[in-house]
Design a protein around this ligand. Structure first.
Ligand SMILES: [Zn+2]
Ligand SMILES: [Zn+2]
Length: 489
């Protein structure tokens, strides 16, 4: 009986489906006049678009985006001439949906850079399908822990997950005295991680544990902290209560991105950020009394913190108006319904151009020389890690030999009291246990001998980089040929 009911339901469904297609079918008619089509499709604006609301000149989706509203990790490649910026951590107060500050910048040439690495941000990198061994350059604006708290995890687990061939490099300002500089912070981190580092030496580590530090003089305004592959990063000092806070500007392919880090608005910001394509700063709206009630911060503490350390929302708009970026964004801010409208109103006091929040976590910005578009990234709660990414230029996967083993770092009696696996594995099932590293010396596997799934998943970023670099080189050659020709003429 039940089966009969189900069959009837199914047949009814099929019938309705057929009906739906029937009513949607269109009979062919005589086309409208060219003029009518033109008038209707352009809405009476001959050949043009409206300038609506926030849709300023050049602020619209690129044709290669899979969705104009959302970014889905792993579905779009950065185009050869494009920059993609993802907000991986967006608030000083860590909470679900807003990890501590971190900005991820991917360039069309395959390079990527991290600016600040606040607590919890690693979760969003994983969700965005960034393999931790892809992160090699981390620029820290200053040593408040909400800007570097994830470094220990990134360093240790990024090494474990294939970060074997190139060490992590941390760039950051000096302090007024050496003990307050970035170098000392990294030395302290090494000491803190002493046990962890030695414990992880039972794994392939290679160069992964040889962390590098590039500490620059925070006073050297406009100094170059990084220059390679056509990428240049400069820095300048920011007023953030204590010496040793810096802003950064990254320039590549005729475009520039500024992340100021934390600080009070200053003349130097205008000088170095002027004309940036994307200008990102922090802000605090003038809602000390209400905000303190909601957030549980005494108003005098909020007021004092902002007036000694931070950029009021009004000031952020004031700066943007003098800097005139193609897109202005703010981050390091609580994303709350009761704050958001007020924040926009305060920014708009001075800045009338394109503006978006760099919050909450997962906001994605695509930038080319002509277009900029901001979307919400869809970061899953339970993502799988992306496979570690390797450079296969030499045609090999090299797995370095671990530098230690359990016998070296563990007393035998601790191991001897382990329960015999035969007691817990079901009868007839006994996996081949890997209790000792299976090879002497480095394991060297020609890429063609890797199982196909590993070859494809671990070589993805490398392939993409090679493809884009080839396109960029061809572009350069064409441009140079054009120049030569026009010089002759
Ligand atoms: Zn901060
Ligand atoms: Zn700070």
């Amino acid at each position: 009986m039940n089966q009969l009911k189900q069959s009837i339901k199914f047949l009814t469904f099929i019938f309705l489906l057929g009906f739906a297609f029937t009513v949607n079918a269109q009979e062919k008619q005589t086309p409208s006049s060219k003029e009518d089509i033109q008038n209707a499709l352009t809405g009476g604006v001959p050949m043009g678009r409206w300038k609506e609301g926030l849709l300023f000149e050049g602020i619209r989706p690129m044709p290669w985006l899979k969705s104009a509203a959302n970014w889905f990790p792993g579905t779009e490649e950065v185009q050869p001439n494009e920059i993609r910026v993802t907000f991986m951590g967006t608030a000083p107060n860590i909470r679900p949906g807003q990890m501590n500050t971190s900005i991820y910048i991917e360039l069309g040439n395959g390079d990527n850079f991290v600016f600040d690495m606040g607590e919890g941000a690693v979760a969003n990198y994983v969700a965005a399908r960034v393999s931790l061994n892809q992160i090699k350059h981390v620029f820290i604006t200053h040593l408040h822990v909400d800007h570097f708290g994830s470094l220990p995890y990134l360093w240790m687990f990024g090494t474990w997950a294939g970060g074997w061939h190139e060490p992590l490099t941390i760039y950051g300002p000096s302090g007024r005295t050496p003990e307050y500089g970035t170098k000392t912070m990294v030395e302290g981190m090494k000491m803190m991680l002493g046990w962890h580092i030695d414990a992880f030496n039972v794994f392939p580590v290679g160069k992964g544990h040889d962390i590098q530090v590039v500490e620059f003089d925070f006073r050297d305004n406009g100094g170059v902290v990084y220059e390679k592959n056509g990428v240049k990063v400069i820095h300048w000092q920011r007023s953030h209560a204590k010496d040793g806070a810096s802003g950064y500007k990254l320039t590549w392919n005729g475009m520039s991105i500024v992340w100021t880090g934390d600080g009070r608005p200053s003349e130097l910001d205008i000088k170095y950020a002027k004309g940036a394509d994307l200008y990102i700063t922090e802000l605090q709206p003038e809602l000390m009394e209400i905000n303190s009630g909601v957030q549980g911060v005494p108003p005098f503490l909020a007021r004092y913190t902002v007036d000694t350390h931070h950029t009021p929302a009004y000031a952020s708009g004031y700066l943007a108006n003098l800097i005139q970026p193609r897109m202005f964004m703010t981050t390091h801010m609580n994303f709350d319904p009761f704050l958001n409208e007020e924040t926009v109103a305060e920014v708009r006091e001075h800045w009338k151009g394109p503006f978006h929040f760099g919050a909450p976590d997962g906001i994605v910005v695509n930038i080319t020389k002509d277009l900029i578009w901001v979307r919400e990234g869809i970061l899953p709660d339970y993502p799988n890690n992306r496979a570690p990414q390797f450079n296969f230029d030499n045609g090999q996967l090299i797995v370095p030999h671990p530098t230690t083993n359990r016998e070296e770092i563990q007393e035998p009696f601790v191991r001897e009291q382990q329960i015999d696996p035969k007691l817990y594995y079901p009868e007839g099932y006994m996996p081949h246990l890997l209790e000792k590293w299976p090879v002497e010396g480095d394991l060297v596997v020609p890429v063609e001998q890797l199982p196909e799934n590993l070859r494809n998943s671990m070589g993805q970023a490398w392939k993409h980089k090679k493809k884009n670099q080839k396109i960029l080189e061809e572009q350069k050659a064409t441009e140079e040929a054009k120049k030569k020709k026009s010089n002759k003429n």
